[in-house]
Design a protein around this ligand. Sequence first.
Ligand code: ADP
Length: 319
Amino acid sequence: MRVLSGMQPSGDPHIGNYFGSIKPNIELMGEEENIYIVVDLHALTSVRDANELREYRMNLVKDLLACGFDPEKGILFFQSDVPEHAELLWILSCITPMGLLERAVSYKDKLAQGLEPNHGLFAYPVLQAADILLYDSDLIPVGKDQKQHIEMTRDIAQKFNNAYGDGVLKEPDVQIREDVAVVPGTDGRKMSKSYGNTIPLFADDKKTEKIIMGIVTDSKGVEEPKDPENCNVFKIHSLFLDDDGKKELEDKYRAGGLGYGDAKKMLAEEFFNYFGDMRKKRLEISDESAKEVVKNGAAKARKIAEKTMDRVRKSVGLR
Ligand code: ADP
């Protein structure tokens, strides 16, 4: 079985990315064939500074390695090192109905957040479909925020197969992590690199503490009972806890006597405990070793992508 994940190098990866994408992928490491794509072509929809993009790309590779991605067991590479992604994007674009893309919630969200409405942003789900279909992926573990996009991939694959022949493209299964809600950012909106509301995995200690202490809450005083279900600090903290731990923390919020300042300090402690080893490992990963990983990864990825494109080109009449 082939498990595929992708992440944009458009900023520092954050705990939403970790719980929604990195952790579920790495949990299957060794049992399944894992692919992780640093989707740098997607990042061009929002990053306009070449040096910044170069830095984000390398950093993300190192971050994924620090989180436990094992290049001996899986394939990690830059999307732009495999030109078949752009080729399949075009072929799929030609059978993707405009109406399908016009229904995409994330496009509307991004415009509402002030991003420029360019064609790349609009066509994003088609490039994502190409990323997935190129590798005959079986399983795409994603957070709920990506559910609609992945369903669009199935629609696009079906449309392609109806037009050009059954089974040319493999329609993947989607594994939505129902146990991971969309992780809220420090301001309560979805945590996202594009919204500047993230808790990064690998920022320095001081900055991380400052971000956690800045999580937006209501203005209830220390002694007042608090509603965990509507509290960003609780929602983020609960990601680190099992059911019993969650229940215990919930009771503390409801009982009153726990101020938001102390609740945030508890969260910061939990964060440093949980990510401590990964943060240490991150400091030891060199540029050279990361470059070697993605070079080897791209060579392996291209072998798979070329096979798919061979089928696709023949079926549409380009061979
Ligand atoms: P971002 O919105 O921060 O740019 P990406 O679009 O690069 O994130 O998403 C990479 C992966 O991380 C996707 O699989 C997505 O489901 C997951 N993800 C991103 N943000 C969140 C979040 N707030 N909660 C849960 N999962 C998330």
